[in-house]
Design a binder for this molecule. Structure first.
Ligand code: ADP
Ligand code: ADP
Length: 233
């Protein structure tokens, strides 16, 4: 079974008398261990798709199975619980809490998940070690570079080892060189077995992933990359 199975999914927004078709008839499979980039221009439906994959919003029609559970029809409180357990979010703007240290930022989602003290500490330190920041645990975000702040945010997403890392323009706020470093870290995490879904409008970023899904006007217009070629040949 794939980790993510999206079948004929559509999402419409009602705006006054108008209906906006943000996603139309989207079908996607993502396996454990995949590194998938979803690329499309502004307005193509990327954020809508990210919100559905991230269990932040529900589709209008179609189905979404995540880790053997159908999540497309769940109510907000159940979605929130699945989001907590299954998805590590990485955002363009890092979204770190400025008053907390790197360690405390990484620990926070584990507190929400009810992970007990000692295990929580182990998991937070392990995640910070994986991103190469074991020697920066007491630093506040303002004492770290942009690349280091994004690595703290990646550690926060990794903590507790959720099945999916979902990254929304993770290099968008970084200079080119730092962006390349952060993508290098993501590739390394993928080699270690983490499944990554990355949303971007940047072609050179998407090319770092193992597989690229292109969306245009809310539809999948093209799909390429190793996994897909192997499957279709
Ligand atoms: P992207 O992230 O690729 O820029 P979006 O998913 O934000 O694309 O938007 C896809 C389409 O859906 C656009 O036409 C956008 O204007 C529309 N849209 C997105 N969110 C809403 C909303 N909350 N209400 C109405 N229309 C929306
Ligand atoms: P954008 O890509 O449009 O600038 P963000 O990346 O900040 O937006 O957020 C994408 C989606 O994730 C939004 O629907 C937002 O409400 C939600 N979101 C933002 N921050 C968090 C967070 N810390 N935890 C959970 N959801 C979030």
């Amino acid at each position: 079974e794939p980790l993510i199975r999206i079948d004929q999914l559509s999402k419409q927004y009602k705006m006054g008398g108008e209906t906006v078709h943000a996603l139309s008839d989207i079908s996607i499979r993502i396996d454990h261990g995949d590194f998938v980039a979803i690329i499309g221009p502004s307005g193509s439906g990327k954020s809508t798709l990210m919100n559905v994959i991230g269990c932040l919003d529900s589709p209008t029609t179609g189905s979404y199975w995540l880790d053997n559970e159908e999540v497309s029809r769940l109510k907000e409180n159940k979605l929130a619980e699945i989001r907590n357990r299954k998805i590590g979010f990485i955002f363009q703007g890092f979204n770190l809490l400025s008053k907390l240290s790197a360690y405390e930022n990484v620990e926070l989602p584990l507190i929400y998940r009810g992970v007990a003290g000692r295990l929580r500490k182990e998991q937070a330190i392990e995640a910070l070690s994986k991103v190469g920041l074991a020697d920066r645990v007491h630093h506040k975000p303002s004492e770290l570079s942009g690349g280091q702040q994004q690595r703290v945010a990646i550690a926060r997403a990794l903590a507790g080892n959720p099945p999916i890392l979902l990254a929304d323009e993770p290099t968008g706020a970084l200079d080119t060189r730092t962006g390349v470093e952060v993508m290098g870290l993501m590739k390394q995490l993928n080699k270690q077995g983490h499944t990554i879904v990355l949303i971007t409008h940047d072609l050179s970023i998407s090319q770092q992933a193992g597989r690229v899904i292109r969306i245009q006007d809310g539809r999948i217009s093209e799909e390429g990359g190793e996994t897909r070629e192997r499957r279709t040949s």
